[in-house]
Design a protein around this ligand. Structure first.
Ligand code: FAD
Length: 278
């Protein structure tokens, strides 16, 4: 093309056509309740992460600046795309808008994964516990689909507590698919998937198992239901992801069993991450 034929680009046009930095394209959206949805986006080629980590994602704000929030990557590290599991806060700066995304839309994704809910932060053990409430299931959705989780442990127990039954759907469907999907069975191994135990509970709506996980731990119900003697530092490792209050309560319970908190630089018996701030 003859460059002299190009029309001068005005400031306004340039701003409009300039691509959003760190843009990724939405490929799939699924809604579960009026408060929960999940979506998948393209994965930046350069992005490497460890299953369980989180990144900053968001949308361009009205002021022209990115509006970003921390989000756990719910897909495993081997997946071609990235999956996220999200709350819809009706007056939330990001999610009041994010809940309306459609396939083909773009979101911002900063490709700098971090986090403590990773295998590297735990010492080897026999049994791995994932304790999640609400969207705190997201990092475990990643780890549950990672073969390493089953290679490192003899038993993997995931507890998920929500107020209502419908709020368990994302996790329940994911685990059902994991156990049925031929590709996943081949990748992880049927004998490895047999190590997985799922323990969903609700706190408000009637369901087969009701109660806060902290109560069910303290009164021994969880152990009786699973036929397990208890939790101890020789055998058990745990990852916790819930509200600040839940995390603090679980920390106290786990420390009471003799477990110590680990970090990437100092792996120990359990790790904790906030599912959200506030
Ligand atoms: C390390 C980390 C990882 C996170 N991972 C996820 C994730 O995978 N999925 C996700 O939906 N959110 C996640 N969050 C929360 C997320 O960063 C935002 O807070 C959320 O997307 C709402 O953004 P907002 O701008 O709409 O509202 P905000 O102004 O951020 O939040 C408004 C209020 O809504 C409530 N709230 C926010 N997030 C949640 C939530 N997830 N569950 C219940 N109540 C909430 C809180 O009371 C908060 O004060 C994570 C937060 C942290 C710190």
């Amino acid at each position: 093309m003859d460059m002299t034929e190009q029309k001068p680009v005005t400031q306004a046009t340039a701003a409009k056509v300039s691509p959003m930095p760190d843009a990724e394209t939405v490929t799939q959206v699924q809604h579960y309740t009026d408060r929960l949805f999940s979506f998948r986006v393209t994965r930046p080629q350069s992005l490497r992460f460890r299953s369980g980590e989180f990144v900053m994602i968001g949308l361009m704000g009205d002021n022209g600046r990115p509006l970003l929030r921390a989000y756990s990557i719910a897909s495993p590290s081997w997946d071609d795309e990235l999956e996220f599991y999200s709350i819809k806060v009706q007056d939330g700066p990001l999610t009041s808008r994010l809940q309306h995304i459609q396939p083909g839309d773009q979101i911002i994704l900063k490709p700098k994964p971090v986090g403590t809910l990773v295998h590297d932060a735990l010492l080897p053990g026999k049994r791995l516990w994932f304790f999640a409430t609400g969207t705190g299931f997201a990092p475990f959705a990643s780890l549950l689909r990672d073969p390493e989780t089953y290679e490192r442990f003899e038993e993997v127990i995931v507890t998920h507590t929500c107020r209502d039954v419908a709020e368990l759907t994302y996790g329940r469907d994911l685990i059902d698919d994991l156990l049925k999907d031929e590709m996943m069975i081949e990748l992880i191994g049927a004998e490895n998937l047999a190590k997985l135990r799922y323990y969903p509970t609700t706190t408000r709506e009637e369901s087969p198992k009701m109660g806060r996980i902290t109560t069910l731990l303290k009164d021994g119900t969880l152990f009786r239901d699973l036929g397990i003697d208890g939790i101890g530092p020789e055998t058990d490792r745990a990852m916790v992801c819930g509200s600040m209050g839940l995390n603090l309560d679980l920390k106290e319970i786990l420390e009471g069993y003799g477990l110590e908190e680990g970090a990437n630089s100092d792996p120990k018996h359990y790790v904790v991450e906030k599912a959200f701030v506030g």
